[in-house]
Design a binder for this molecule. Structure first.
Ligand SMILES: NC(=O)C1=CN([C@@H]2O[C@H](COP(=O)(O)OP(=O)(O)OC[C@H]3O[C@@H](n4cnc5c(N)ncnc54)[C@H](O)[C@@H]3O)[C@@H](O)[C@H]2O)C=CC1
Ligand SMILES: CC(=O)C(=O)O
Ligand SMILES: [Mg+2]
Length: 550
């Protein structure tokens, strides 16, 4: 047995595992695709059934199996197991039909996977950095076997989708987000590291759950979180030089504070703030192409003024300034309404970032009243408040606006501010609608409406691919504005004619390569890129892509 599991030194200096160890290595394992010669060479004879199969046949088996699994969470579990057995088959299957698999690996099924994380747990994936490792984080990170890590997606679990604080159960999100770097933008999976920064959780129900896998403590106080994060940021940069830190699903105020602290110092971004902002800007731009309106003429109202709402507001205001408006004029076109009412200047509970958006106007705790008063042309839900876009809200908006643009971005499905059916019915078919999840097409008075999916997965994998290729010093807001325009520009006349606000998910890899190409061009033009500029950017990016093959 021992002789059957040792590693053999190869001419290229790398070790090649043999025997059972090889079959248990998901990156190298080819399973039934090993040829007879390979089976002899690598000590696999007798360890595999007789048949020698192609990769395509292996993928067919996966698809055939999944076609018979009814429950999405069961499909998710099967796919996670597949990835742990054979990464090549996993990505080949996912990338064969991204539209079908994005909702399984990611939003909305990943929400169920996170909620059941402790029950579903089978094997470790990614890294768990806890408060108890303070002072030793770099040492712990060195336990990760891959040395050339290019991205770390890190969450505290403090605000997972619209599910609130679910602590270490949130690990499903960094895992899923990084899987989409590969599935949607062909970023090689080798250098992707999911991390759960386990700072404790406010979730008493989970702390009492016997299957909970995180630290059973309330979260560390803010100053301790800041120290822990500072050490983490320094440690990942020391252990994995050139790494990009992707912040995901932190508690809103932590998310904003960390991005403000690190965006000009290290290569990092916050997907909920910047990625979401870009996808919203892309959707609004696409919507305006259909209505013939101009961004300068819009009145944009947000329900929710946390990391997503404030991030989108900032990027829209930046875009308006490039169109010639002053900062004040830009901000006047935007209103935010949070759990305590309209953000306006008499409020005493606002954060410094929220104060930037407070206008001198009458307070209100009544959302319909604010809709009636402000007459938004664009309504964006980032509140986690399911059903908040009531019939009254949408009817009031529709009275003032010929083609209301309505985005119900809160995730997962049961947190959306309204459904597609509600948006189209309440607006009498006038709304241009998108949600964080994909709603089905809807027939209204003989017309078929195609809701968009306004989800940051249209943006962050492209940012990832651009970053992977150009290795920028930093990522600035302009990278996200470029990404937004590149995404919107890919909705050509035929998609526009179908009322689509986002590109088709069938060709998501092509779409994100096109977006990444535009971002990389900007990175070279602005001096952010640190690698040598190639003659032809797109073909150079294409030469770097992951291709699931043996
Ligand atoms: N579609 C997408 O790509 C994305 C969607 N989101 C979703 O947006 C939602 C919010 O995310 P964050 O802004 O990061 O969270 P956050 O916790 O930072 O902010 C939530 C905001 O909603 C407000 N709020 C809560 N209950 C409310 C109520 N009943 N009425 C009005 N406002 C209320 C809060 O006061 C706060 O301002 C989440 O559900 C998340 O899943 C976030 C990022 C991307
Ligand atoms: C999509 C996403 O990033 C969120 O809902 O948090
Ligand atoms: Mg998120």
């Amino acid at each position: 047995m021992a002789a059957n599991t040792v590693t053999n030194a190869q001419p290229d200096g790398h070790n090649h595992e043999v025997g059972v160890a090889l079959l248990h290595d998901p990156v190298q394992n080819k399973g039934t695709a090993y040829t007879r010669e390979e089976r002899r060479e690598w000590g696999l004879e007798g360890l595999l059934p007789h048949a020698v199969e192609t990769l395509d046949r292996q993928v067919e088996r996966v698809l055939d199996h999944l076609a018979r699994v009814k429950d999405d969470l069961d499909q998710y579990s099967y796919l996670m197991d597949l990835e742990a057995r054979n990464e090549t088959v996993f990505y080949k299957a996912i990338m064969s039909d991204p539209k079908r698999f994005i909702p399984i690996l990611y939003d909305p099924t990943v929400a169920d996977a996170c909620e059941a994380f402790g029950n579903l747990y089978r094997r470790p994936r990614g890294m768990y950095i806890t408060r108890h490792m303070k002072g030793r984080i770099a040492e712990v990170l060195r336990n990760w076997p891959e040395k050339d890590v290019r991205f770390v997606c890190v969450s505290t679990g403090g605000r997972i989708l619209g599910l609130g604080d679910i602590g270490a159960n949130g690990m499903g999100i960094p895992i899923g987000k990084l899987q989409l770097y590969t599935a949607c933008a062909a970023v090689p999976p080798k250098g992707l590291l999911p991390v759960l920064l386990d700072i404790g959780t406010t979730n008493e129900h989970l702390r009492a759950d016997p299957f909970y896998l995180g630290t059973r403590e309330p979260p560390v106080p803010e100053h301790e979180l800041d120290e822990l994060t500072e050490e983490f940021i320094q440690a990942v940069n020391e252990v994995f030089p050139g790494i990009c830190v992707h912040f995901e699903d932190w508690k809103g105020t932590d998310a904003i504070r960390m991005l403000d602290r690190y965006k000009d110092k290290v290569l990092c971004y916050n997907d909920d703030i910047q990625g979401t902002a870009a996808v919203a800007l892309a959707g609004i731009s696409a919507g305006l192409k259909q209505t013939g309106g101009k961004l300068q003429d819009q009145r944009i109202l947000f329900l929710g003024a946390g990391s997503a709402g404030l991030g989108i507001s900032k990027l829209i205001a930046a875009e308006l300034q490039t169109l010639g408006l002053s900062q004040d004029e830009a901000r006047k076109r935007i209103r935010l309404f949070d759990v305590n009412g309209l953000i306006e200047s008499s409020r005493t509970d606002l954060t410094e970032t929220q104060k930037l958006w407070a206008q001198d106007e009458a307070p209100s705790k009544n959302f319909v009243e604010v809709v009636d008063r402000f007459k938004p042309t664009v309504l964006i839900g980032v509140s986690t408040k399911a059903g908040a876009f009531t019939r009254e809200v949408i009817e009031t908006m529709s009275r003032h606006t010929a083609r209301p643009i309505i985005f119900a971005l809160s995730n997962p499905t049961h947190k959306a501010e309204c459904t597609a059916e509600q948006a189209y019915t309440y607006s009498k078919g006038k709304a241009l609608f998108a949600a964080g999840v994909q709603f089905d097409e809807f027939e209204y008075e003989g017309k078929t409406f195609r809701p968009g999916q306004a989800n940051n997965f249209y943006i962050y994998p492209a940012i990832g691919l651009a970053t992977y290729a150009a290795r920028p010093r930093l990522l600035n807001d302009e990278c996200f504005i470029v990404a937004a325009h590149a995404t919107a520009d890919q909705i050509g006349p035929s998609l526009q004619a179908k009322g689509m606000l986002f590109p088709s998910q069938d060709q998501i890899v092509e779409t994100e390569i096109t977006t990444a190409t535009r971002i990389v061009e900007y990175m070279f033009e602005s001096g952010l890129a640190t690698v040598e500029r190639p003659v032809e950017i797109r073909s150079w990016i294409e030469s770097l892509l992951y291709n699931p093959t043996y």
